[in-house]
Ligand binder design. Structure first.
Ligand SMILES: [Zn+2]
Length: 143
């Protein structure tokens, strides 16, 4: 329950963040265009160039910030995707004890009879379904 609501909140925040990033990017581009116009005006008529420099700095800063936020958000989202562990199914032969682990398939449930055993041709049973958590992922969160 907690996981579902948390992921919904994350996607809501990221789409809201994306909107802000695009607005910032658009405003920065407008600032740069104004700066370019002011610089052109300065070259032509020798008017005040302080405003042009200010807009130029503002535009570049805006683009830098929005690019940084965009890259950081993408990096975090791809990290979240990697963290999701795969669901594994353990299949066991009750006759000879042969065990095999494979990825979870649709319709798998515990004590379901599956494909025949490779050694004794007896029917195998699903004995466990679990999420595979790798040790490396635990090291990422030391708390
Ligand atoms: Zn067997």
């Amino acid at each position: 329950m907690t996981g579902t609501s948390a992921s919904t909140t994350t996607s809501r925040i990221s789409s809201f963040l994306l909107l802000i990033v695009f607005i910032t990017l658009a405003l920065s581009l407008v600032a740069l265009i104004f700066a370019a116009a002011l610089v052109a005006n300065y070259i032509n008529a020798g008017s005040d160039k302080t405003g042009a420099y200010f807009l130029l700095a503002l535009g570049l800063l805006g683009i830098a910030i929005s690019t940084y936020v965009l890259v950081e958000t993408r990096r975090r989202l791809s990290k979240l995707k990697i963290v999701v562990p795969p669901v594994m199914t353990t299949v066991e032969c009750k006759k000879c004890g042969t065990k095999s682990v494979r990825e979870f398939q649709r319709g798998d449930f515990i004590f379901k009879e599956t494909e025949p055993c490779q050694k004794c041709n007896d029917k195998m049973l699903i004995t466990a379904i679990y999420k595979e958590v790798k040790e490396k992922e635990k090291e990422r969160f030391p708390f």
